[in-house]
Design a protein around this ligand. Structure first.
Ligand SMILES: Nc1ncnc2c1ncn2[C@@H]1O[C@H](COP(=O)(O)OP(=O)(O)O)[C@@H](O)[C@H]1O
Ligand SMILES: [Mg+2]
Length: 287
């Protein structure tokens, strides 16, 4: 197997011309930095999540089979160079764009212009907010630009909007029954070079969606991230976040701290509990 991409969390291998293997690791990242300590069972949980969603969602997807504890085999596709983000709350980079008066989303420009909205406000309906895919940083792109730049034809764009909204609604209904709000989710799609059919690709798990516990939700504030909050809080308290920002500004090397053992176990338990709550399945450490 040839390693073709080592991501922050997963490693992608090529097996033959038609298939890829995704290996989910126990690595964890925060503020775009991969930490040194592995989180026990995280790779298995991400793999369990991927299998759960690809089998559950009623949309053509690239999943072929599970290979082992932390690997899946998928159909190799020509990826559409977009990150399809569907959002239900004014949060993260969308909130920043709102503050900067830089939102350009068909049919919603007026909505964002004429209101005084708070951080984490619920949007009137889920919105389609794609970005380009780049290794540096993703840039929002409008439907008009997607067509003008020939990234997709009009029917393919309609298909993508329609499929991603349908998948969003299915995920939303499942996490909502588990007591979570689905703030946003990212999808990637690719095309089968043999027949041009578009499939849902990449993965779906806590690195792709943002969920908040319904009981903790409060408009106007930074929300508690269900899975990584304790890590972010700890990194804030120990000054790591500030140090990362400083290193980035000065282009110096980032010193990565060692995580305390109890934080590592809490993180591991957090991922397990998110998996169990959302899927209603019991987590097992073996397959
Ligand atoms: N079925 C597929 N065929 C080909 N490439 C895929 C498929 N599914 C996902 N990919 C691509 O594989 C890569 C996975 O990388 P990932 O582990 O997410 O790390 P990163 O996004 O940090 O590069 C992404 O570029 C994604 O677009
Ligand atoms: Mg990725």
């Amino acid at each position: 197997m040839k390693l073709i991409n080592k991501g922050k969390v997963k490693d992608v291998y090529e097996t033959d011309r038609d298939t890829l293997i995704f290996a989910f690791s126990d690595r964890v990242s925060a503020f775009d930095v991969v930490l040194k300590d592995p989180i026990p069972f995280k790779g298995k949980i991400l793999c369990d999540f991927a299998v759960y969603w690809f089998e559950k969602l009623k949309v053509q997807n690239h999943f072929i089979k599970r290979v082992n504890t932390n690997m899946i085999e998928v159909k190799k596709l020509n990826m559409i160079p977009l990150e399809i983000i569907i959002r239900q709350f004014l949060y993260g980079s969308l909130y920043q764009r709102y503050i900067d008066k830089q939102i350009h989303i068909s049919n919603f420009d007026k909505y964002f212009m004429n209101r005084d909205l708070k951080m984490a406000a619920r949007l009137p309906q889920p919105i389609f907010d794609p970005t380009t895919k780049s290794s540096l940083h993703d840039v929002p792109i409008t439907e008009q630009e997607i067509l003008k730049e020939n990234i997709l034809s009009e029917p393919d764009l309609s298909f993508l909007i329609d499929s991603s909204m349908k998948v969003f609604n299915q995920v939303n209904s499942i996490v909502s029954k588990a007591g979570f709000l689905l703030a946003d989710i990212k999808f990637e799609f690719g095309r089968d070079p043999k027949n041009n059919v578009i499939y849902l690709a990449d993965s779906i798990g806590p690195d792709e969606f943002r969920v908040w516990d319904k009981n903790d939700y409060e408009e106007g504030k930074v929300q508690k991230s269900y899975d990584k909050q304790i890590l972010r809080d700890w990194l804030n308290e120990t000054g790591f976040k500030a140090a990362v920002e400083e290193s980035r500004a000065k282009h110096t090397e980032i010193k990565i701290p060692e995580l305390p053992q109890n934080l590592i176990s809490q993180l591991s338990e957090g991922y397990i509990s998110a998996y169990e709550r959302i899927t209603g399945l019991e987590f097992k450490d073996k397959i």
